[in-house]
Design a protein around this ligand. Structure first.
Ligand SMILES: Cc1cc2nc3c(=O)[nH]c(=O)nc-3n(C[C@H](O)[C@H](O)[C@H](O)COP(=O)(O)O)c2cc1C
Length: 375
């Protein structure tokens, strides 16, 4: 394990597990999940593109890679071109990715998702929430917490009844079993960015008045049930994480205090060991920030909310400077950084960052084939 204890960024990180063994990452750089919308066959099976994409990032030194949003069932995929984890062929393709990621010394996590009313989106436009794909282009009828459209351009959903909700909870558990069979080290449940769990958490989109809506307690219920089901299907030797939108950036929406209550409960009583902090995605708002490290203050707030627990907190958003990442970790703002677009620009971002921070070549996490690149 190429760790370097003189830096915070390249020191190892242990994510707790129920059996006490913990998952140790070689460093604190985590690849943020990023949909590639590249399953041209619409069958949810990873392609050679995914292998080269994640392969380059693993060879580039990440401590852990979070494989993109992966549908727990066909209806829950963000777009027809998304990965899935509900068939044997999909599982085998994930296994191929994981196997290569492991061969490079990185850990592998998969982000499990149900997109609810934002499912069946236009690939390429889906990331910018560009509306529903027409059925003749591979789209499908969607389900959600209500019978309304989630946003402009999206078809109205069929409101999930109790049986429908139970089936989705079961789909998450089944996908977790497949993730284990494929060799994944960690799961990240997607409860952010306007997808089904976020739709159920936020008062802006959850207008139900049954046991899944109304009070905060009831709005949090579906997420708790999914976490419990996944934790129950996932080995005690492996950690479970969640990505949250810490705020909706809208009055009357989720705010950081509510999210802090949610994650405290998930960590204390439901086995969540890793919280990845993002924001927004439910409604478009000019308040949403940008710029270097734009979620840093939210990361600090969630880390503070989890003080006294051993849960690991990572934050995503505009992190591209190694010095900034190092400072965030050194000052205890968060435990790890999630890197998104900076890794698309430079798949070897960790190797470059290590060199910049003065990590000697023998401790650089890059693949040895690339050492002569002399970062
Ligand atoms: C092409 C692309 C695809 C993305 N797909 C996902 C995804 O599958 N799941 C997710 O939680 N976030 C997704 N995101 C958001 C990123 O993970 C990340 O949170 C965001 O880009 C901000 O971090 P950055 O400034 O480091 O890029 C995506 C972003 C991009 C640019």
């Amino acid at each position: 394990m190429n760790a370097h204890r003189d830096t915070a960024l390249f020191s190892p990180l242990a994510i707790p597990t129920p059996d006490g063994s913990g998952l140790t990452l070689r460093n604190r750089t985590i690849l943020s999940p990023m949909c590639q919308y590249t399953v041209e066959q619409h069958d949810g099976v990873a392609t050679d593109w995914h292998l080269q994409h994640y392969g380059a990032m693993a060879a580039g030194g990440f401590g852990m890679l979070t494989v993109e949003s992966t549908g727990v069932d066909p209806v829950g995929r963000i777009s027809p071109c998304d990965l899935g984890l509900y068939t044997d062929a999909q599982q085998a393709a994930h296994q191929r990715l994981v196997s290569f990621i492991h061969s490079q010394g990185a850990a592998a996590a998969v982000q499990l998702n149900h997109a609810g009313g934002r499912a069946s989106g236009n690939p390429w436009l889906a990331g910018s929430h560009g509306g529903s794909a027409p059925v003749e282009e591979g789209g499908w009828p969607t389900v959600g917490m209500t019978d309304r459209s989630i946003a402009k351009g999206y078809r109205a959903t069929t409101k999930l009844d109790r049986a429908g909700i139970e089936a989705i909870v079961q789909d998450f558990a089944d996908a977790a079993r497949r993730a284990n069979a494929a060799g994944y080290d960690a799961i990240q449940i997607h409860a952010a960015h306007g997808y089904l769990l976020h739709q159920s958490l936020s008062p802006l989109t959850n207008t139900r008045d049954d046991e899944y809506g109304g009070s905060e307690e009831r709005r949090f219920r579906l997420t708790r049930e999914v976490v419990d089901a996944v934790r129950g299907a996932w080995p005690d030797s492996k950690p479970l994480g969640i990505r949250i939108s810490a705020t909706d950036w809208v009055d009357g929406g989720l705010d950081v205090e509510a999210t802090a209550r949610l994650v405290r409960n998930l960590v204390a009583d439901h086995g969540i060991a890793w919280v990845d902090v993002s924001s927004g995605g439910l409604v478009n708002t000019p308040l949403q920030p940008a710029g270097p490290g734009f979620h840093a203050s939210l990361g600090v707030a969630i880390k503070r909310a989890l003080a006294g627990t051993d849960a690991v907190v990572s934050v995503v958003g505009g992190i591209s400077s190694p010095e900034q990442a190092e400072t965030m970790l050194r000052t205890g703002q968060v435990d790890a950084v999630s890197i998104g677009r900076a890794a698309m620009r430079d798949p070897h971002w960790p190797a470059s960052a290590a060199a910049r921070l003065g990590v000697p070549r023998e401790d650089n996490p890059a693949a040895p084939q690339y050492w002569r690149a002399q970062w």
